[in-house]
Ligand binder design. Structure first.
Ligand SMILES: [Zn+2]
Length: 489
């Protein structure tokens, strides 16, 4: 007697239709005894239309591939292979020494005729179950996989007809870039940016000014960086269209938006609102005005009342900048070191390391697909992972491209050195929003502990690794612009 698994499935959605679990089980038992098979383990799946994926089916396939049984008995093909992918997986079983049987169809999968017939039945079952909508989705997916966006072009791009990539709109694309630049400067809220873009003449598909919601949609759509993101299914595809926005700038804008969203709304626009947390309970320090002074306070009832006055906080920030800035002598030394570095092979090393990381991610993408096909990961986890890998890859590729085209120039290095030698002066000179921006990007985990602010310098402030300076200086674009505005550089 050959040990086999028995697999039965019912769809809870179409009750009354099809064959019940018990009837399927009986048919399989009869078939098994007629063919000298013993069912050693049963796998039962109740599926609903709402949840995709068949965990029992995948688990069973895993066990079969591990050699836990010599055969698999299913009832009928339309039960066992609801779609072609399932069917493909079943038809691969003989490779693992597992023979599939179909109790109701009486197909012998070992003969060519049997396989052909089974394949045909599977196709018919597939066809029967698929409705038009699914066909339509398949068409859309096909185009997405080719990097084409099968929907109306986002604002800033032009439609060129079915099967053709979107192209940047000569009038609107520069305005999209402007919107990102403006927001990244830290000087705008969504509200003020909407007004600004209205003034600049950015319109939507109906020719009206882009709404606040529209501006938000623009700022979070990675289409502008060359990726196609389908929010509903949480999937990302690499597009073939030309990007308008760099991935780095896109990520910066996302971080800034997240920072603003987390901020508590206060009646006054106090300078350091939402930037410092209570060191004890990690909640935001809330600004409040009392007489002539603004105080930042932890409002948590059970918390020791952490408080700091704004002018004291400001002095502490200045002192922190003074601690992290480097002296002019150090800057000169750094420039000398940089010249030495420039003439050695270090930059090549960075390039190689980037290429290595890119290759690694591409390899992980391939393995992720295999993992999904083997049922080792569920669809949602796969999609999330796939998205983050796509973003990571795009970022690295961008870094690589920039490294290749712009090696750090002496002018860039000088700007960088100007920046880290003049942080305290900058803090004094900057406008409130710029001050906040500089502070956020120079220190992480800003908090107040026992009424004293704690500053943790961001790694770039302490980085003396020239290999990292090119991407760093590029990242510092907005700072360097601030410097230029202040006439410091
Ligand atoms: Zn607290």
């Amino acid at each position: 007697m050959k040990p086999c698994f028995g697999y039965i499935r019912v769809s809870t959605q179409k009750q009354g239709e099809g064959v019940s679990l018990d009837a399927q089980k009986d048919a399989i038992k009869v078939f098994a005894s007629q063919n000298s098979l013993t069912v050693t383990k049963w796998f039962e799946e109740k599926e609903t239309a709402a949840k995709s994926g068949r965990p029992v089916f995948n688990q069973m396939l895993r066990q079969l591939k591990q050699g836990k049984a010599a055969g698999l008995v299913m009832h009928k093909i339309d039960r066992s292979a609801r779609n072609l992918r399932d069917w493909a997986l079943v038809s691969e079983l003989p490779k693992y020494g597992v023979k599939p049987y179909f109790a109701a169809d009486g197909l012998d999968m070992e003969t060519r005729g049997g396989r052909l017939s089974a394949n045909l039945q599977a196709v018919i079952a597939e066809d029967y179950i698929h409705n038009l909508r699914e066909e339509c989705i398949k068409g859309l997916r096909g185009r997405l996989k080719q990097g084409l966006y099968p929907f109306r072009a986002p604002i800033g791009y032009l439609d060129n007809g079915r099967g053709k990539p979107k192209t940047p709109c000569p009038e609107k694309a520069p305005l999209i870039k402007l919107a990102y630049d403006q927001y990244a400067s830290g000087q705008h809220s969504i509200n003020s940016l909407q007004l600004e873009m209205q003034k600049q003449g950015l319109t939507n598909h109906t020719g009206r000014p882009v709404s606040k919601h529209g501006v938000e949609t623009i700022l979070r759509n990675p289409f502008y960086t060359g990726l196609i993101r389908i929010e509903r299914t949480n999937e990302t595809f690499p597009g073939v269209h030309d990007p308008i926005i760099s991935m780095r700038q896109f990520q910066l804008v996302q971080e800034m938006k997240a920072g603003k969203a987390g901020k508590k709304v206060t009646r006054h626009n106090h300078l350091y609102r939402g930037l410092f947390r209570c060191g004890t309970c990690a909640r935001s320090m809330i600004p409040e005005r009392q007489k002539a002074h603004v105080y930042y306070r932890c409002q948590t009832v059970a918390c020791p009342k952490n408080t700091i006055r704004e002018d004291r906080l400001d002095r502490a920030i200045l002192a922190a900048y003074q601690r992290v800035r480097i002296s002019d002598q150090d800057a000169t030394k750094m420039k000398e070191d940089w010249l030495i570095w420039l003439n050695t092979g270090d930059r090549q090393g960075v390039r190689c390391s980037l290429e290595l990381r890119i290759a690694k991610i591409e390899d992980r993408q391939r393995r992720l697909t295999d993992l999904l096909l083997d049922g080792g990961i569920d669809r949602q986890a796969h999609d999330e992972r796939k998205h983050s890998l796509a973003v990571e890859l795009a970022t690295l590729q961008e870094e690589h491209a920039e490294l290749a085209k712009t090696d750090l120039s002496e002018a860039d290095l000088s700007k960088f050195l100007e920046l880290i030698t003049s942080l305290p002066e900058l803090h004094i000179l900057l406008k409130p929003d710029e001050k906040r921006y500089l502070l956020k990007n120079c220190f992480s985990n800003l908090c107040v502990q026992a009424n004293e602010p704690v500053f943790e310098p961001c790694s770039w402030l302490e980085s003396r690794d020239f290999g990292q300076l090119t991407p760093l200086v590029n990242q510092l674009g907005p700072f360097l612009e601030l410097l230029e505005c202040q006439g410091i550089s």
